[in-house]
Design a protein around this ligand. Structure first.
Ligand code: HC1
Ligand code: SF4
Length: 573
């Protein structure tokens, strides 16, 4: 198709919208309710454009482009429309940007600022016409905070949680007209709903209505006080996506910059969650081989994704015996930081249990915040921050992230890892990492390639592969695909192991990652994950010398009594 936007000719593929045309022409229209991974509903009416021959302005995000269209994105009438829309939004919005967690990265704030519509705010009465019966504020969930007084009714959270996203249907709209607003099911506390804390709603919210429960202020205060031995561990997906927070292209690897920034923030030890991912593999691969001897315990479901574990507990407690008892890398790392050789090395007070290090983890995930509070695991990690929160801390302390050297190494002994650990951050990666070690443990090193490419990728919901000598495995790429797989009982016979990650793409698409409007952001982050693996000198978890040393000095064998005490957990319905 060929059409013209602002006098410039553009060529587009069939099926494109006028918004695609506008962007292809290098022009801009504001959008508040459009997200590249979700359907558009033209709610905010900010992307209105004029099309020659059509009497009324068209919402570009939903209007199909037609060959020969002549489109204008800017006119007195369009500006007046947009300004009136902005005024309507501001009439409902609290005027407290200065205290808002997302100030500086809010789509509404940016829009008002770019168009210099501030004076509109002064002309509208303060206060919101929301329906009094519906609650606006909810801090009951350990992972997600709601403040619907800031909602602009874009509907993206409803989509992300609903049909076209996670299919959990926790958030929906109530009331009509001016009183329309999002609510939880039956207006329950979020903690009482079937919310799995995946945070996908926070990832698409353009304003501060849905955010991760913010813990970075407390962490900064603790670091500034300098009274603790402060330990931080960082997830595999964070070292890549953090780059986007500082304007670098998606897929840029910033491991060294991130380590240097964490040291500059005041952490005494900067460790790698990947170390514990290798350890998770040792334990989980052994668990799989054990279950293969007893087929009634198959298939094994991975359990490192807390959104998935939440889902099982809420919706299908009958599956709990199938969940791997191996703790997630985050929780393993926390346990080792507080209650093993590293803690003892900090001095007698630590060895005798009178003091413990202050342990923080940085995760691409909001559900990790509730994982840290799970019965039996509470206290292993003191605070969980998202990738977005780490970026806020770095900005708050004036650290020039982009200028930091990319050379930087994690501290040891809890910082060494293999390529297998790095791919945990990607959908299919936990399974691939487990297979590399399980095949070795089964004495079957030659059975397959190191790389199980059939298990990789963002676009397929369910990925499967036949593993020579072991059996069939499946990957559920997002919680909706797990629900799909579990609709029948075929999985019980078909698979020996199933990986479930609640977010599409795996952790790299987690609800605590930077917000992105790049439709290919997950693919770019994923490419970077596998690039790190490919370059790693060791790519199988059992080859990690620090993991070997830990077994030799402290744990004995995988699944030993000591390993089970520190590294395993149980689930109660
Ligand atoms: Fe993940 Fe994991 S890979 S769950 O995706 O098993 O969050 O990145 O840290 O714990 O290692 C997340 C990522 C992360 C754990 C590991
Ligand atoms: Fe839905 Fe996930 Fe948001 Fe909970 S955290 S409301 S499950 S999208």
């Amino acid at each position: 198709m060929t059409l013209t936007v602002n006098g410039r000719e553009v060529e587009l593929a069939e099926g494109s919208t006028l918004l695609d045309a506008v962007r292809a022409a290098g022009a801009q229209v504001p959008t508040l309710c459009h997200h590249p991974r979700l359907p558009s509903h033209a709610v905010c009416r900010m992307c209105l454009v004029e099309v020659k021959g059509r009497t009324r302005p068209q919402a570009a995000c939903v209007t199909p482009a037609r060959t020969g269209d002549v489109v204008d994105t800017d006119s007195d009438a369009l500006r007046a429309f947009r300004e009136a829309n902005a005024q309507w939004l501001l009439a409902r919005h609290p005027n407290d940007c200065m205290r808002c967690e997302v100030s500086g990265s809010c789509a509404l704030q940016n829009l008002i600022h770019e168009h210099q519509w501030q004076e509109r705010w002064e002309k509208v009465p303060i206060g919101s016409p929301q329906h009094p019966e519906h609650r606006l504020h909810d801090h009951t969930s350990p992972g997600i905070w709601m403040d619907f007084s800031k909602c602009i009714e874009c509907g993206l959270c409803v989509e992300a949680c609903g049909e076209h996203g996670q299919q959990q249907f926790v958030i929906g709209f109530a009331e009509r007209g001016a009183e329309r607003q999002p609510v939880t099911v039956f207006d329950q506390d979020l903690a009482d709903t079937s919310c799995i804390s995946c945070g996908q709603c926070t990832l698409v919210c353009p304003v501060g209505a849905l955010i991760e429960a913010p813990h970075w202020h407390e962490v900064l205060n603790r670091l500034d006080a300098r009274r603790d031995v402060a330990v931080v561990q960082v997830a595999p997906a964070t070292r890549i996506a953090i780059s986007e927070e500082f304007g670098m292209p998606a897929g840029t690897i910033s491991t060294g910059r991130m380590i240097n920034a964490l040291r500059a923030l005041g952490f005494d030890y900067v460790f790698d969650t990947n170390f514990a991912a290798d350890l998770t593999i040792m334990e989980e691969a052994s668990e799989l081989l054990g279950r293969l001897q007893n087929p009634s315990e198959l298939p094994l479901f991975t359990s490192c994704c807390p959104g998935w574990v939440n889902w099982v507990e809420i919706n299908r407690p009958d599956l709990l015996p199938h969940l791997s008892s191996t703790k997630s890398p985050q929780q393993m790392h926390g346990a080792l930081s507080k209650r093993a050789a590293f803690a003892r090395s900090l001095g007698p007070e630590f060895a005798e249990g009178r003091r413990e290090p202050y342990v923080v983890s940085v995760m691409p995930c909001t559900a990790k915040k509730d994982e840290a509070l799970r019965p039996g695991q509470r206290g292993d990690v003191d605070r969980v921050l998202t990738t977005r929160e780490l970026a806020r801390m770095i900005r708050a302390r004036g650290i020039a992230f982009n200028a930091l050297p990319e050379e930087g190494v994690f501290d040891n002994p809890l910082g060494a890892s293999t390529g297998a650990a790095q791919i945990f951050g990607s959908s299919g990666g936990v399974m691939e990492a487990m297979l590399r070690t399980a095949l070795h443990m089964a004495g079957n090193d030659q059975a397959g390639a190191l790389e199980w490419t059939r298990l990789r990728g963002v676009d397929r919901a369910i990925k499967t592969a036949e593993i020579p000598g072991l059996g069939r495995v499946a990957i559920c790429n997002g919680i909706a695909s797990a629900q799909q797989l579990l609709q029948t009982d075929d999985w019980r016979q078909e698979f020996i192991a199933i990986e479930v990650m609640a977010c599409v793409g795996g952790c790299l698409g987690g609800g605590g990652e930077p917000k992105s409007m790049d439709p290919l952001v997950l693919e770019k982050r994923m490419k970077a994950v596998y690039a790190i693996d490919q370059k790693a000198p060791r790519r199988r978890s059992f080859e990690n010398p620090q993991v070997q040393a830990l077994y030799a000095s402290e744990l004995g064998e995988p699944n030993s009594d000591e390993a089970r005490r520190l590294l395993h957990t149980s689930y109660a319905p």
